[in-house]
Ligand binder design. Structure first.
Ligand SMILES: [Fe+2]
Length: 308
């Protein structure tokens, strides 16, 4: 038996740790907890940290390094070890954490339960360091896959997540708690990390944030949208430096206890009740796709060049 409490942090490989730390703080409202040439730890709110930045020497390997998940109070690290052994999934034991790789090689760390230093909600706490515009938390990650059944089986049987919704064979959303998803998979015939997502409270905060991103030279690869699946209102900021998107969202659906997965039709309304599906560049991270998206070429009728 394994039970995840929550997503704890994401670690990204970056070309320059100090520069990336400055970017994520200025642009997304994160706060530096610790920074050195070897590592930066950035927080959304009062938590220890949600984003870890590590140096990446190989330019072709920048971006996702691992995602860390905290175990529930009732699930010890030893219980997690016993579970992985029982389901015969290989893991690396680092004493104070467990490392597993999913079916397409994406690393996940399992951390023991850690009591919050102060259990009051953020609005009832005091700070001398957090900025006015900031996310309240890291909410989920999403990756592209070439093998949806195998990936879904890993996240359910090995990590103990529950399926919130299916979009036929094209998408699976998984949850560890009441929010609609903490993990999502999209089948596009190849594996790539797609996005990490920060929760920004409400639509007004997103307006300030997207204006800020635009003034820092960012654009939204898709959005603002209202997802049918997940209910979140969001925009996806293209990060060219790390090859990924940062989703900035609000108003995620809260699932009832014992939620039963729904199967959604693969139509425009499931993806965006407000309007269009994403440009095809949204699923790609190569230079041609980024350039096309930057200049809005697909919307102007110029098709995306094929991906080789
Ligand atoms: Fe997302």
């Amino acid at each position: 038996m394994i039970a995840l409490r929550k997503i704890d942090h994401v670690c990204l490989r970056v070309a320059d740790v100090a520069d990336a730390a400055r970017r994520y703080c200025l642009q997304f409202g994160l706060t530096v907890r610790e920074v050195s040439p070897d590592r930066a730890l950035l927080a959304c709110d009062y938590e220890p940290y949600s984003l870890e930045l590590a140096p990446g020497d190989d330019p072709s390997l920048l971006g996702y390094d691992h995602c860390a998940w905290q175990l529930r109070r009732s699930c010890s690290l030893d219980a997690a070890r016993a579970h992985l052994t029982a389901v015969r999934w290989a893991f690396e034991d680092r004493d104070d954490l467990i490392v597993v790789r999913d079916t397409e090689g994406f690393a996940h760390h399992l951390l023991p339960f850690c009591e919050d230093e102060n259990r009051r909600p953020a609005i009832a706490r005091q700070t001398a360091s957090l900025p006015g515009l900031r996310p309240r938390k890291l909410g989920h990650i999403n990756r592209l896959t070439a093998d949806m059944p195998a990936a879904t089986a890993f996240y359910t049987a090995v990590l103990g997540m529950e399926v919130a919704d299916h979009l036929g064979d094209a998408g699976t959303w998984l949850h560890t708690g009441p929010e609609h998803h903490q993990m999502a998979l999209v089948n596009v015939g190849r594996a790539h990390f797609h996005h990490l997502a920060f929760d920004y409270y409400d639509f007004g905060t997103l307006r300030s944030l997207f204006d800020n991103l635009a003034q820092h030279g960012r654009w939204l690869g898709w959005g603002p949208v209202r997802h049918g699946i997940g209910q979140n209102i969001c925009g996806y900021a293209r990060i060219t430096e790390e090859p990924l998107f940062v989703e900035c969202y609000v108003d995620m659906e809260i699932l009832e206890p014992e939620h039963q997965p729904r199967n959604w039709p693969d139509d425009r309304f499931s993806s965006n009740t407000w309007g269009p599906l994403p440009p095809r560049s949204y699923f790609r991270f190569d230079a041609a796709a980024v350039e096309s998206e930057r200049e809005s070429r697909e919307t102007r009728g110029i098709p995306l060049p094929p991906l080789f």
